[in-house]
Design a binder for this molecule. Structure first.
Ligand SMILES: Cc1cc2nc3c(=O)[nH]c(=O)nc-3n(C[C@H](O)[C@H](O)[C@H](O)COP(=O)(O)O)c2cc1C
Length: 352
């Protein structure tokens, strides 16, 4: 089969310009991450999972996840929960906030989520899973998609049984990360299962798991017949890998380029969540950007000990003096960096 990562495709009426989807990752998939992924060729970007209970209670931090930029389309916002009506209500808020797609999480393996009957638990609670997808699909006009793991236990094939039922209930696309919840991130993603799911459903399937290079992306598309690949961990601190997969980047970045992207990421994150939260949030990104043999290890350790983002910036510019020029060029080449955030619907604040 002829596979092509650059062609456009659709989820319902939503046009997606490339076959590369940036994964939803809790604690990672902020606007800055999504915008960066898009600049490097991702056709669809996703928010991290958002608690439907948090939205129902108008939790301020949870509502913050619905802050969407006017330049972010197409964007999927992912919700999680176990009660169909609360999920439907959350989906309406997500749609009102401007998301193009409502994605439902049936894959999270973390105890805090699974013990509430949400996330991966729903893979083996098919009646409830179908009820959730049906309620959400009825509640919104935007397409509804579902992201699954293979099942709870090792060797489980629950996602293959459930997938067709979710499509019948209204899911317009399915993402499969073919590891079990028990596996967490160990072992490898078994994309043989992705191929089986593609055979069983008429909606597009997105293949998630261990997509780390263009070669791997093409192999997985070819072997599975999936509509697109999803890139997660390989994109952390490394938009150049997303660019390589998209065929846009052909060389590894220089230290100056790495620092310039990191500085841009830092500025956008501070703008998005405020200096205080950003200071802690950014620490894991220093390791992701500066590791991979780009800078000596003690440099990262030094940065995470600094108290303010401004001090980190100063140290980065001292270590890579050419980065300031790169940053200016990045801003000049990318007018969309002048971004505006869509207003949250008034009804969210009013509680109605
Ligand atoms: C830090 C982290 C957070 C994640 N958070 C989410 C999430 O909120 N929702 C979700 O559906 N998957 C989440 N995932 C799973 C990823 O979307 C993806 O399916 C998985 O990492 C496999 O892809 P990869 O090998 O490209 O990383 C997360 C993964 C990581 C590493």
């Amino acid at each position: 089969m002829q596979v092509n990562l650059e062609s456009s495709w659709q989820i319902g009426p939503v046009e997606i310009p490339s076959r590369i989807v940036l994964a939803p990752m809790a604690g990672v998939s902020v606007q800055a991450f999504r915008r960066q992924g898009r600049r490097y060729g991702a056709g669809l970007v996703c928010s991290e999972m958002v608690s439907c209970a948090g939205l129902r209670h108008r939790n301020e931090r949870t509502l913050g996840y619905l802050r969407i930029g006017s330049d972010e389309s197409p964007l999927a916002v992912q919700i999680f929960g176990s009660d169909p009506e609360t999920m439907a209500e959350a989906a309406r808020m997500v749609e009102a906030a401007g998301a193009d797609i409502v994605d439902i999480n049936f894959g999270c393996p973390v105890g805090k989520v699974t013990k509430t009957g949400a996330g991966a638990t729903l893979l083996e609670d098919p009646k409830r899973a179908v009820a959730i997808v049906g309620a959400v699909a009825d509640a919104v006009e935007t397409p509804v998609t579902v992201k699954m793991r293979r099942g709870l236990g090792n060797g489980s094939r629950a996602a293959l049984e459930l997938g067709p039922r979710l499509a019948d209930a209204g899911a317009a696309a399915l993402t499969l990360h073919p590891r079990s919840a028990k596996q967490m991130y160990t072992g490898t993603a078994d994309h043989g299962l992705t191929a089986e799911l593609v055979e069983r459903v008429d909606v597009p399937v997105i293949a998630s798991g261990d997509i780390t290079s263009r070669g791997r992306a093409l192999d997985v598309l070819e072997q599975t017949g999936a509509a697109a690949v999803m890139v997660g961990r390989a994109a952390q601190g490394d938009p150049w890998t997303v660019g390589e997969i998209a065929g846009l980047v052909h060389e590894r970045p220089s230290r100056e380029e790495v620092v310039a992207e990191l500085l841009l990421f830092m500025h956008d994150t501070v703008e998005e969540m405020g200096e205080e939260r950003a200071t802690g949030f950014l620490k894991k990104f220093y390791g992701w950007y500066l590791g991979r043999g780009r800078f000596p290890k003690p440099f990262k350790q030094e940065l995470v000990r600094l108290a303010t983002v401004a001090e980190v910036e100063e140290r980065l510019l001292a270590a890579a003096p050419g980065a300031g020029g790169h940053l200016e060029r990045l801003r000049a080449e990318t007018p969309s960096l002048e971004h505006t955030t869509l207003d949250l619907p008034v009804s969210i604040y009013a509680g109605g």
